[in-house]
Design a protein around this ligand. Structure first.
Ligand code: TRP
Length: 445
């Protein structure tokens, strides 16, 4: 069977940007910025994007496009008969673990989208906070909404690479951009918004710490979808003629831009209404509803905002979902439809467990964290750095040098890539691995 490829360059890019831009940008990035003191975090984050995340993305692109197969088989195909093939296990397990909790947050977003029309004007903060707590700890509704979200993802992936994934990105990403841009502009005119903007752009370097560096590193991987086989899988659908370096740069720039734009929509609003921007994961689901409820146009703004959260999350889950589906199709020779159904069933169970761990199963703890947090922390702090590390070692030390160069410069035919190539290779071979190891060790000290 011939492998499907992306149809157009813009479609391919939007699918990749869609994978990168997600809850990581709209939900996680703003609260991390709030928690770790604003601009200093952004600068450290940006540094990690350039020296670690982008080189790893290029390493994934190299493996994916070279091997023309799923993330599980790719390593073994490029280094036959070696132990490297076991690396393929990471991209089979980890995307599922991310999806398990990510889908739950997707479900919450659907809930708030529906709810947004009912935020009563002038509602009390405590009431809204309580509403969130009651909702996430309840049994039925969050699970149902999570499953609706899983089905939405499944619907897109069922359509295949061209008419599912590519089309979804092409429609959703421009819509997302317009909504978030509109919100950011609107928020900038709220009274007191300037303070929030200052917080975002004025660095306080005393806030830099080991803990913050690990958070920034984890976030750079999470946000650019690297270390987990998603970009590897997408790049296996990329035509040979495409320029991988320029694609990765475009994805990274757009992703950063979206994260900043989303922060510009969230942070100044928090300052304007005197709420603490450093309160963590509840920022988007507790604080923003409060802010929306204080405004006359609140319900409309809230609906737009949560709609954008849903579509941002969706284009990301599609990329993670496809990793597993591609694996099932190619390794077990089943149809796409069947692969999608299997993956849906697995995810429905795992996501339901994550959802329940926020409520009635909250007492079951692994190293002090409930299942939801365990999946979140394990994937961002351990699996992704480890996956990124191994990907770099594979491309930098195991793959044949001419093969890597050939893939990244299209056989030497792109002059600018030929020039930058030594820098990228150096980053992949030495800097990224050493840096990742250092940060992991620093975290244990
Ligand atoms: N990048 C997405 C976000 O920012 C999440 C995501 C999608 C992801 N695919 C991934 C994270 C693959 C790691 C690996 O929300």
């Amino acid at each position: 069977m011939e492998r499907e490829h992306f149809n157009s360059r813009i479609g391919m890019l939007l699918a990749m940007v869609g994978s990168a831009v997600g809850l990581g940008n709209i939900w996680r990035f703003p609260y991390l910025v709030g928690e770790y003191g604003g601009a200093a975090f952004i600068i450290v984050y940006l540094f990690f994007v350039v020296v670690f995340a982008v080189p790893i993305m290029l390493a994934e692109f190299t493996i994916g496009r070279r091997s023309q197969t799923n993330a599980y088989r790719a390593f073994g195909k490029l280094a036959p008969g070696t132990g490297w093939k076991w690396l393929g296990i990471l991209p089979v397990i980890c995307p599922v673990m991310i999806l398990a909790f990510y889908n739950v947050v997707g479900g919450w977003s659907i809930h708030y989208l529906i709810k947004s029309f009912t935020f009563t004007h002038g509602a009390d903060r405590a009431v809204l906070g309580e509403m969130f707590d009651n909702y996430v700890t309840s049994v039925g509704i969050p699970i149902i909404e999570t499953i609706i979200f899983i089905l939405l993802t499944a619907f897109v992936v069922k359509g295949g690479v061209k008419s599912g994934i590519e089309k979804c990105g092409k429609i959703m990403m421009p819509v997302l951009f317009i909504i978030i841009l509109g919100l950011a502009i609107w928020v900038a005119f709220l009274p007191g918004a300037g303070e929030g903007i200052l917080f975002l752009f004025k660095p306080d370097f005393s806030k830099i710490s080991g803990d913050m560096c690990l958070a920034a590193l984890g976030q750079s991987f999470f946000s650019l979808s690297v270390g987990m086989g998603a970009m590897l899988t997408y790049s296996s659908f990329v035509p040979k003629s495409e320029n991988l370096m320029s694609s990765s740069a475009k994805v990274a720039v757009s992703d950063f831009f979206f994260a900043i734009l989303a922060s510009c929509a969230v942070m100044p609003a928090a300052f304007s209404f005197n709420v603490d921007p450093g309160q963590g994961p509840g920022l988007v689901f507790e604080t923003l509803p409060f802010i929306f409820s204080q405004m006359h146009a609140g319900p409309v703004i809230a609906a737009l905002f949560f709609f954008s959260v849903v579509i941002a999350a969706l284009t990301s889950t599609v990329s993670l979902f496809e990793v597993g589906v591609n694996y099932f199709i190619e390794e077990f020779g089943i149809t796409r439809r069947r692969a999608v159904i299997i993956e849906c069933l697995i995810l429905a169970v795992l996501s339901a467990v994550c959802s329940l761990s926020c409520g009635i199963w909250g007492d079951f703890k692994i190293l002090g964290n409930n299942v939801f947090d365990t999946f979140d922390k394990f994937t961002s702090n351990i699996a992704m750095p480890l996956g990124g590390l191994m990907t770099c070692l594979f491309v930098g030390w195991k793959m044949k040098k001419p093969d890597v160069r050939d893939e990244l410069t299209n056989g030497g035919s792109i002059a600018s890539n030929v020039r930058i190539y030594p820098v990228i290779y150096f980053l992949v071979r030495y800097i990224a691995p050493v840096g990742i190891i250092a940060i992991i060790i620093a975290n244990f000290l």
